[in-house]
Each structure stands twice: as structure tokens, then as C-alpha cells.
Design a protein around this ligand. Structure first.
Ligand code: COA
Length: 165
């Protein structure tokens, strides 16, 4: 249903086109420092600057680019951080998100030293929360005041999926 490969700079304009406004930008990328406009160039530079940021692109069997995510090893070398999870707006609600995240988790645990996958999600993002819970992620805490959007601070739930789950 979905296959994934390493992010390529040529994917950046398509991924950037899925982010329409600042609320979508911060919901997707939190305090990573991205701004609008010019997201495609920022995304390309972001991955080029640090090879530990492993960007991924998700494609349908016919080769259409429909998703994006990043995996990054945390300094404890046992935790893989999952971030920048995004499915193109026109293909949401068809199971691509779940399929992509299952592939992301499989990829993370392909490294035998990986013991858990962690992520952050904002409480208003109920669809994403449901999806992570469906995959077995559990909330482990809240990180306060991640980013300020329209005068309000957003805190994020921290979620973890252990290797054994
Ligand atoms: C969160 C996100 C990645 C989910 O992607 P998605 O492709 O829509 O996810 P899925 O299709 O697998 O699941 C979404 C819903 O569609 C439903 N669904 C899946 N396949 C379906 C199908 N064939 N027919 C109808 N509904 C279907 C799922 O049951 C799920 O329902 P729910 O919302 O009631 O739980 C996507 O909404 C997104 O990119 N959001 C913006 C960025 C973002 O919030 N990223 C996460 C940051 S933490």
C-alpha cells in the first residue's frame, strides 16, 4: 500500500505545498524554526545540514508522493525520535498515514540498538493522537510551552512506543 525511501531535495516543493498556513506549519513542525514562505528551501537545507536527520518520503504503489516523516537517533542511542509526520491533504483519511507510520516504526526498529520510538503531538491534533494510539504509542508526559502561535503557547504530549510493543 505504501513504500518509503530517503527524502530527496526534489521532494521538497511537493512536501512544502501541503502546508498552507502557520497553524498547519506549527502543528507539523513545532519549534523547529521553519517559516512561511520558502519552506521547500528550508526543508532541503535542514536535511543537508545534518545527516542524523533522516528524512523519508512515502509513495503509493504507482509512485505518487503522499507522505513525509523524519527519524533521528537521540543521544541515548536507544531512542529514535519520529517527527515531521505529514500526509498530503488530498489523500488523508485513506489509511496512508497508518501505513506510513507502521513503515516508519519498522524502519526505526531495524536498528537493533533502538529500544523505543518517541514523538510529540499537540493535544488539539486529535486525529494524529488517535493514529499514534492505534499504533500502540502511549503518552508518557507533557512538554510545556513548545511554541507560541497567535499569542498562545502550545504544550505537547510526549508519546513512546517500546520495541516489545
Ligand atoms: C495525522 C495524519 C498524518 C494522518 O494521516 P492520514 O493518512 O489521514 O491517516 P489515516 O488515513 O491512516 O487515518 C486517518 C483516519 O482515516 C480513517 N481511515 C483510514 N483508512 C480509511 C478508508 N479507507 N476509508 C475511510 N476512512 C479511513 C482512519 O480510521 C482514521 O480515522 P480517525 O481519524 O477517526 O481515527 C494527517 O492527518 C496529517 O498529515 N496531518 C497534518 C500534519 C500532522 O498533524 N502531523 C502530525 C504531527 S504530530
Amino acid at each position: 500500500m505504501i513504500r518509503i525511501r530517503a527524502f530527496e531535495p526534489a521532494d521538497a516543493p511537493r512536501v512544502a505545498s501541503w502546508i498552507d498556513d502557520e497553524r498547519a506549519l506549527y502543528t507539523w513542525s513545532g519549534n523547529s524554526g521553519f517559516t512561511l514562505p520558502g519552506l521547500a528551501d528550508q526543508l532541503t537545507a535542514f536535511y543537508a545540514a545534518d545527516p542524523t536527520r533522516r528524512g523519508h518520503t512515502a509513495l503509493t504503489p504507482s509512485g505518487a508522493v503522499v507522505g513525509h516523516f523524519m527519524l533521528r537517533d537521540l543521544p541515548d542511542r536507544e531512542t529514535v525520535r519520529l517527527g515531521f509526520v505529514l500526509i498530503s491533504p488530498e489523500t488523508r483519511g485513506q489509511g496512508y498515514g497508518e501505513a506510513m507510520l507502521r513503515a516508519a516504526v519498522r524502519t526505526a526498529f531495524a536498528d537493533p540498538s533502538a529500544q523505543r520510538v518517541s514523538l510529540g503531538v499537540y493535544p488539539h491534533n486529535q486525529g494524529a493522537l488517535r493514529l499514534y494510539e492505534r499504533l500502540g504509542f502511549a503518552t508518557t508526559g507533557t512538554e510545556e510551552k513548545i511554541v507560541e502561535v497567535d499569542g498562545a503557547w502550545w504544550s505537547s504530549y510526549q508519546m513512546t512506543l517500546g520495541r516489545q510493543e
